[in-house]
Design a protein around this ligand. Structure first.
Ligand code: GAR
Length: 200
């Protein structure tokens, strides 16, 4: 079967990255991880990816000062060298430039810890608690130029308990993220392969 070459961008722990790499071991999964790339040299996820046998790379944003586009041009070059066909952002904690987003439009997805369109940006769980919400969740969406604004592919929900804190909610949500992301990435790959089979 056709498998899209998958590039995963991380900044930290990389637990969602691990869930994608694990899912991609299945013979019928429509993606194969070819690169895990971090903007932080100390990201723990790099070691986890290496342990899973996936090639890793670092493009440290600090080396580029305030020139965000130059940083992303360097990332783009690494991804293209590896033949990446779809990008999954997995805890990549920088807002991408319009240049990069346009370059990968329709080929880049993200996981965000809220029920989008609610709470784009940071501190999602604290905001859900402050609003008195009865449920929290996570969303996988196509990446477009607005922050966490692209079309949602899939969501997962959990009920908020009276004793939840932002930290506890994040912890309770994480297994849902790990279930949701591989399934949503499968849908994204299927959409690309249906739309554009000639490019692979
Ligand atoms: C995850 O909870 C993910 O939803 C969130 O960061 C965490 C990364 O954990 N992403 C964002 O907040 C993006 N705006 P991980 O590194 O263990 O996958």
């Amino acid at each position: 079967m056709t498998k899209l070459a998958l590039g995963i961008l991380i900044s930290g722990r990389g637990s969602n990255m691990v869930s994608l790499v694990d899912a991609a071991l299945a013979a019928d999964y429509p993606a194969r991880p070819v690169l895990v790339l971090s903007n932080r040299p100390t990201a723990a996820g790099l070691i986890r990816a290496q342990a899973l046998g996936v090639e890793t790379d670092v493009v440290d944003h600090k080396a580029f000062g305030t020139d965000r586009e130059a940083h992303e041009r360097a990332i783009d070059a690494r991804l293209r060298e590896k033949g990446v066909e779809i990008i999954a952002l997995a805890g990549y904690m920088r807002v991408l430039t319009p240049w990069f987003v346009r370059r990968w439009q329709g080929r880049m997805v993200n996981i965000h810890p809220s029920l989008l369109p609610k709470y784009p940006g940071l501190n999602t769980h604290a905001r859900a608690l402050a609003a008195g919400d009865t449920e929290a969740g996570c969303s996988v969406h196509w990446v477009t130029e607005g922050v966490d604004a692209g079309e949602v592919i899939a969501r997962a929900r959990i009920t908020i308990c009276p004793d939840d804190t932002a930290e506890r909610l994040a912890e309770r949500l994480l297994p849902e993220e790990h279930r949701l992301y591989p399934e949503a990435l499968r849908q994204a790959c299927d959409q690309i392969l249906t739309r554009d089979p000639s490019t692979v």
